[in-house]
Design a binder for this molecule. Structure first.
Ligand code: ZN
Length: 336
């Protein structure tokens, strides 16, 4: 009996949270964070990191609470090492997509080796870790290429669902392709089409409405699994810090704990002293803001949220993706 009662308590809390955020524009994202994952889909984005498009992709993924595998080209990783670090800091998984996107099966074994090894070095020296996954350009492979992949400890990953974003697919077509993927499937997308970036909120909503979450591709099996290191693997979040507050000019923002799960937590923010405030939230890297409610949010950088009133009063909140960092952010308040 006690077990049954305990199991009901989180549901009651979630129901209460759902009522609180019912007026929120980011309702879908907030709920998807809290929802149970009945399965995992592997979202992949190829051909980065090209700088500005990388920033757009990471912002869209983070604002919608999604994780993805990013197959980088070595030439771009080498030219944009800061983007590689941003990908890693955002909790994404970075794979190898060759140095400059040739038809690998038309290359000599020595040139295949060069394409792969130079990219391994470019990603790791940029701070992205050493890739364990390889996606051959155009999905073209053969036994010689597989032997070179094996030499570098890489697992070859093709895809189950082609979003056709590289072929001019519309926003809704991309959202349908990715959002209707089945549990365990891997979806091909790219960093550079603007339609892909625009489709991300719909992809998040469609997956969450079907009880599916974005998963990681396990290098040892090639299967899509629950993300490790940030939940799903039995990790227990450490206790969070006690309530912080910040006041620099005419108002005070006070944090209090909301619901939390294995790889997310909510913070409630109460502002006093003014109705025309600006609250700045500085996230401890690599923790990032996944979604917010009752504010107009802007993000001057990956780890900073600037909140302003949106007509819903002085009580608002945010969902955090800790990425292993469970220390609360710091806040400061300025009256406008
Ligand atoms: Zn490609």
């Amino acid at each position: 009996m006690s077990k049954r009662k305990r199991s009901l308590e989180p549901l009651a809390l979630l129901a209460a949270a759902a009522i609180v955020v019912a007026t929120v524009s980011t309702l879908g994202a907030a709920i998807s964070q809290a929802a149970t994952c009945n399965g995992y889909v592997g979202l992949t984005f190829d051909d980065g990191p090209q700088g500005g498009t990388t920033t757009n992709l990471l912002n869209a993924l983070q604002q919608n609470g999604l994780k993805a595998t990013l197959f980088n080209e070595g030439q771009y990783a080498s030219a944009n090492p800061g983007s590689v670090r941003a990908e890693a800091a955002a909790g994404m998984w970075i794979g190898n997509h060759s140095w400059d996107h040739p038809h690998m099966t038309q290359l000599s074994q020595a040139n295949m080796d060069s394409e792969i090894s130079r990219t391994q070095n470019a990603v790791s020296s940029a701070g992205g870790g050493t890739p364990k996954l390889f996606r051959p350009p155009y999905g073209e492979t053969n036994s010689t290429l597989k032997s070179v992949e094996a030499k570098y400890g890489l697992r070859e990953i093709i895809w189950d669902v082609d979003s056709q974003d590289w072929n001019g697919a519309s926003v809704s077509a991309i959202a349908n392709a990715a959002g209707n993927a089945q549990s365990g499937q891997i979806v091909l997308m790219h960093e550079w089409p603007s339609n892909t970036i625009q489709a991300i909120p719909q992809i998040a909503q469609k997956l969450s409405s079907r009880g599916l979450c974005a998963g990681m591709i396990d290098p040892s099996s090639g299967r899509v699994i629950a993300p490790t290191g940030s939940g799903g693997g039995g990790t227990t979040p450490p206790a969070t810090s006690t309530g912080g507050g910040g006041s620099t000019g005419g108002c005070t923002a006070t944090l209090s704990a909301g619901n939390k799960g294995s790889n997310w937590y909510n913070l409630n923010v109460a502002v006093s002293g003014s109705n025309t405030w600006t609250v700045t939230v500085n996230m401890p890297s690599p923790a990032v803001v996944a979604s917010t409610w009752n504010i107009t949010a802007s993000y001057p950088s990956q780890y900073q949220l600037v909140a302003k009133p949106n007509g819903n009063g002085n009580n608002w909140g945010l969902t955090v993706s800790p990425n292993g960092q469970w220390t609360w952010p710091t806040v400061s308040c300025t009256a406008a």
